[in-house]
Design a protein around this ligand. Structure first.
Ligand code: DAH
Length: 360
């Protein structure tokens, strides 16, 4: 066997033995690369006599051709084997049933409602509910907001048509959870200790207002209730909710038709790295409205205001969620964007408990 013939069979068996694409590339460089053995052999043609070149030329070129054909064939075989391997391992059986694992998450508003129920249950409050389509009397009149009252204009109410009128008054989407106060006082004997979380509606939309939003109402009706009970209850609630002992409240005189006296409650914050963090009292932000239930509201519900007194408060739940969990645009709450829901949602087993931490 001549040198060229033995070289050819040598290279062909090396190429055939390359176990993967990396090894094959190493053989290609060793044979056909700039410094490769076959390339070096081709270079020797330049130094040959014409006769030698005529004899050796076709043999050396033949060697180069066989080597490069063998490399191409081996490459195709290795690529086909790799594709077969992937097809065998990366299968997707379209006939299998879909995953039954938990897919959804608990919306922050639902989570906060659960947290509120847990905190107030510990203080002896139960949860009351009312319909979102409400009548004029319970949403306004019984709450000491008569027809001519300017507070009605402030509520940006969604009204139903005349065909849905009751006692000559159109039905409406409740503008606050306060009508649940009326429903509870007219259906239950005092003493009353309730919170009423739920959906409320006003024709309003910007970064901090959506046409549908959530409120929680609180109502206590008992004997000998005074403003001190209100302040203690709110302080206890907010310390438990924000899970901080340094929550400071500021009560400011205010006005609501259904309370007398009325107080607006601010909560103190401190600045940390340019962000407002609740606790301390470097600054104040408005959090909720409250007051002693107006004697006229108690009387409208058929109770004697000389016997029964109480306090009430109303607070935005979405705002409570934003302050605790750090969202800054209310509209995103109701966009149903899966990425937002996955980021801010809670696992279904994250049930708030006072012992485990309500914000667990
Ligand atoms: N209903 C009021 C509103 O939506 C909030 C409110 C203020 C509720 C004071 C109360 C209260 O019970 O005492 O603006």
């Amino acid at each position: 066997m001549s040198d060229i013939e033995s070289m050819t069979s040598d290279w062909l068996s090396r190429i055939e033995g390359a176990a993967d694409l990396g090894a094959l590339e190493a053989e290609r460089v060793a044979a056909l690369g700039k410094q490769g053995a076959v390339t070096q052999l081709l270079k020797t043609l330049g130094g040959m006599t014409p006769e030698q070149r005529q004899a050796e030329g076709p043999r050396i070129h033949g060697l180069r051709e066989k080597v490069s054909d063998a490399i191409a064939a081996r490459k195709a075989a290795l690529e086909a084997a790799e594709l077969d391997r992937r097809l065998a391992t990366e299968t997707l059986d379209m006939t299998l049933p879909i995953s039954t694992g938990a897919q959804g998450s608990v919306h922050p508003v639902s989570q906060v409602m659960d947290e509120l129920a847990e905190i107030f249950a510990d203080l002896g409050f139960s949860v009351a509910t009312g319909p979102e389509i409400e009548d004029d009397w319970r949403n306004f009149t019984a709450l000491n907001i008569p027809e001519s009252h300017p507070a009605r204009a402030m509520h940006d109410t969604f009204y139903f048509g005349e065909d849905k009128a009751k006692d000559g008054k159109r039905m409406l989407l409740r503008t606050h959870t306060s009508p649940v106060q009326i429903r509870t006082m007219t259906s239950q004997e005092p003493p009353i200790y309730i919170i009423a979380p739920g959906r409320t509606y006003r024709s309003d939309s910007d970064a901090t207002h959506t046409p549908m939003f959530h409120q929680v109402e609180g109502l206590v009706i008992d004997k000998g209730i005074h403003l001190g009970h209100l302040k203690w209850t709110l302080e206890t609630f907010l310390k438990a909710y924000f899970e901080r002992d340094d929550i400071v409240l500021r009560l400011r005189p205010s006005y609501f038709p259904f309370t007398e006296p009325s107080v607006e409650v601010d909560v103190g914050f401190t600045m940390q790295n340019g962000r407002r963090v609740l606790g301390g009292s470097d600054g104040w932000m408005e959090l909720l409205g409250s007051g002693m239930v107006h004697p006229r509201v108690i009387a409208a519900c058929g109770l004697d205001p000389n016997v029964w007194q109480g306090f009430a408060f109303g607070c935005g739940i979405d705002r409570l969620a934003m302050l605790k969990y750090g969202m800054d645009d209310l509209r995103a709450f109701f966009d149903a964007d899966l990425r937002w829901l996955r980021h801010y949602g809670f696992r279904s087993l994250d049930v708030p408990t006072l012992s485990g931490g309500v914000g667990a």
